[in-house]
Design a protein around this ligand. Structure first.
Ligand code: UFG
Length: 345
């Protein structure tokens, strides 16, 4: 069964492509390579034995999107990861984010409807909850105004999709990720941010490898046990497996609604300092870090209540923080993303 994975050479997309192939699905990737490289498709092939076909173009081009659906008959479902994802860049260049993330989603939905592709899994984010009033966060927790244009595009993309399924012959599942990290155990694929990483774990591993001089810990005076912010970190392979389970639920006609939402987290929050300590424990290194001022817009604490996903999908995150740190460190040391790695150290 043929599954189109948009953004399939990106961090979560590539791990999902591997899990799909290992579960017997035929994977087709479209990616504009704006934040990844074509080599990732080769590496997926090294892991699974089958290199997925890679179509390189921008989904904002409606003509090219339509051409793909004309050429590739029999697409059973789409998993839509392709999007710009830097919170900070979205604040600086909001229109870049609104144009790219929204237009690509509209084009995709239009082509899906024209070609009778009835199933969509959408890559959403816990960013839609903002700083929630109550923890843990369930799927019924009220959505807050997004902290950034990036976050707002995720919320609007969910709205576009949930409005579309009301009339088009398409059903959709939005998966709201908490903080994905870690890498595949092969160390052949992983997170490869271009330029200076925004996210904590790649910043830690790049500091440890010597590409960054030190990690800035953005504030230790928050209302948390050790003063640093708390997140629900989830291993990217656990996350990838959830996509396959959600896909099978749709294809087997088991969805309870034409539009469903699931939180994908572990249910356990860790502070920035706990993450640093876990990295030091697993790597045997002392990390060079300094506490600096708070990062504007940071949420203080958030973690998921994953019980609905556990129950309904029969899925549960299995890998813990040490596994996330160990696999991310193995990936960093393998050096396979060196083409995208800049240094300041
Ligand atoms: N942090 C540091 N130093 C760094 C980087 C991060 O101290 O160099 C801290 C942050 O202040 C925060 C925590 O580490 O407290 C996690 O930060 P990340 O940037 O890794 O993750 P966020 O939770 O801020 O952002 C993530 C995704 C976004 C998404 C958001 C909410 O990166 O795409 O979750 O869903 F919008």
């Amino acid at each position: 069964m043929k599954i189109l994975v948009t953004g399939g050479t990106g961090f979560i997309g590539s791990h999902t492509a591997v899990e799909l192939q290992q579960q017997g699905f035929e994977v087709l990737i479209v990616d504009d390579l704006s934040n990844s490289t074509a080599e990732v498709a080769d590496r997926i092939g090294m892991i699974t034995g089958t290199k997925p076909p890679l179509h390189v173009f921008d989904l904002c081009d409606a003509g090219k999107t339509e051409d793909l659906f004309i050429r590739e008959e029999g697409i059973a479902a789409v998993i839509h990861f392709a999007a710009h994802k830097s919170v900070g860049e979205s604040v600086q260049q909001p229109l870049k984010y609104y144009r790219n993330n929204l237009l690509s989603t509209v084009n995709l939905l239009e082509s899906m409807a024209r070609h009778g592709v009835k199933h969509l899994i959408f890559s959403s984010s816990c960013t839609v909850y903002g700083q929630p009033d109550e923890l843990p966060v369930t799927e019924h927790t009220p959505l807050k105004r997004a902290e950034s244009p990036y976050g707002n595009t995720k919320k609007i993309m969910e709205d576009i999709i949930s409005d579309t399924v009301k009339t088009a012959d398409v059903a959709a599942i939005s998966l709201r990720y908490f903080n994905p990290t870690g890498a595949h155990e092969s160390a052949l694929i992983g997170e490869a941010p271009s330029g200076i990483p925004d996210n904590l774990v790649p910043y830690i591993t790049q500091t440890a490898i010597g590409a960054r001089s030190f990690l800035r810990v953005f504030g230790d005076d928050y209302d948390t046990p050790d003063g640093t912010p708390i997140r629900d970190y989830i291993h990217v392979v656990d996350l990838a497996k959830a996509h396959v389970v959600a896909l099978k639920r749709m294809l087997d006609g088991k969805c309870k609604d034409r539009y469903e939402v699931f939180n994908l987290g572990t249910g356990r929050g860790y502070s920035v300092m706990e993450v640093i300590k876990a990295f030091e424990r697993v790597s045997g290194m002392n990390l060079n870090y300094q506490v600096v001022a708070r990062r504007p817009g940071d949420i203080v604490k958030i973690w998921a209540d994953p019980s609905y996903a556990n129950r309904e999908l029969g899925w549960k995150a299995e890998k813990g923080l040490d596994d996330m740190m160990g696999s991310a460190w193995n990936w960093e040391q393998a050096g396979l993303h060196l083409s995208t790695l800049s240094t300041d150290a």
